[in-house]
Design a protein around this ligand. Structure first.
Ligand code: NAP
Length: 283
């Protein structure tokens, strides 16, 4: 058996094309959605992520601006800039690229972003709304994974969905979204005993760990759907997921690749949030 590919890159292009219609409708009302990204320090990966998001915005018709700060920036200066962006009517979405340098309290900075402009969905109000099943901004990566599962026609109700990784930006919100779709959800982490025994029960297995090729064929139930969130830079510079794509493809029914899977969907969903924020700003 060879697994069907869940192509996040082409689905992301479809999602972004659909956003262009909404952007045209906003233009007719004199509004162009705008995204401001805050980038602190010189971390090469963060710089690449921010520039990728900015480029995707411009290609889709969303105005983007990058606010760069040196590693040693004070929290006060950062919070002042967030306050300015909160008040700027041309900015509908604000994202703070993580991780921030150690001297900065990430939670304090994220909480300073207006929930109405929190298109990353990391503000406690938006995460709380998700917990309560109310409408808010959902973080792009879990939203993107859900869209991929929907597009691939993967049934969720009553199925065992297992997520490896319990971060606030991926694992936990994704668990809530899967619960909303009536999956039976298990979350694994670094203290989970006999990880393989747990993952082998999964009809839907999602890896969000940050360890190249952690998930191998022996950990996957035959016929499962496997979604790989991980992005790991290998010694040769290549990007690898958390899933050993070659061996798992022989066991799973469907699988998402890295690159070209969850990554482009994360960006597309963040853009969709920015367009929605612009729509909500004019009622
Ligand atoms: P994170 O905050 O570092 O969380 C990693 C999680 O993996 C933690 O819950 C950790 O457990 C768990 N873990 C670590 N080693 C494990 C092991 N051996 N067995 C089982 N669980 C283990 O990472 P994150 O921010 O969620 O990101 C995870 C991965 O997704 C990274 O590769 C990241 O680059 C990638 N990512 C990709 C996108 C995208 O758009 N494609 C977006 C976000 C993140 P503990 O909680 O016990 O420490």
């Amino acid at each position: 058996m060879r697994a069907t590919l869940i192509d996040g890159k082409s689905l992301a292009a479809t999602v972004r094309a659909a956003q262009r219609n909404a952007i045209d409708a906003l233009a007719a009302r004199g509004v162009r959605p705008g995204l401001a990204a805050i980038l602190v320090g010189s971390d090469p990966a963060s710089r690449v992520y921010v520039r990728t998001k900015a480029r995707a915005c411009e290609e889709t018709g969303v105005r983007s601006e990058i606010h760069e700060f040196p590693d040693g920036v004070s929290e006060k200066a950062l919070l002042e800039r967030v306050a300015q962006l909160n008040a700027d009517p041309r900015v509908h979405g604000i994202l703070v690229q993580l991780p921030l340098p150690r001297q900065l309290d990430s939670n304090r900075v994220l909480e300073a972003v207006s929930p109405a402009k929190d298109v990353d969905g990391f503000h406690a109000m938006n995460l709380g709304a998700l917990l309560q099943g109310r409408t808010g901004f959902v973080p792009g990566t879990p939203a993107g994974v859900m869209r991929m599962l929907e597009h691939a026609g993967v049934p969720l109700a009553g199925k065992n969905a297992t997520i490896v990784g319990r971060s606030t930006i991926v694992g936990k919100p994704l668990a809530l979204l899967l619960l909303q779709k009536d999956a039976t959800v298990t979350i694994c982490h670094s203290k989970t005993r006999d990880l393989a025994a747990v993952t082998r029960q999964a009809d839907i297995l999602i890896a969000a760990v940050g360890r190249a090729k952690l998930i191998h064929a022996g950990m996957v139930k035959p016929g499962a759907c496997v979604i790989d969130v991980g992005t790991n830079r290998l010694a040769d510079g290549k990007l690898a997921g958390d899933v050993d794509f070659e061996s798992v493809s022989a066991v799973a029914a469907s699988i998402s690749p890295v690159p070209g899977g969850v990554g482009p969907m994360t960006v597309a969903m963040m853009i969709a949030n920015t367009v929605r924020a612009a729509e909500l700003s004019i009622g």
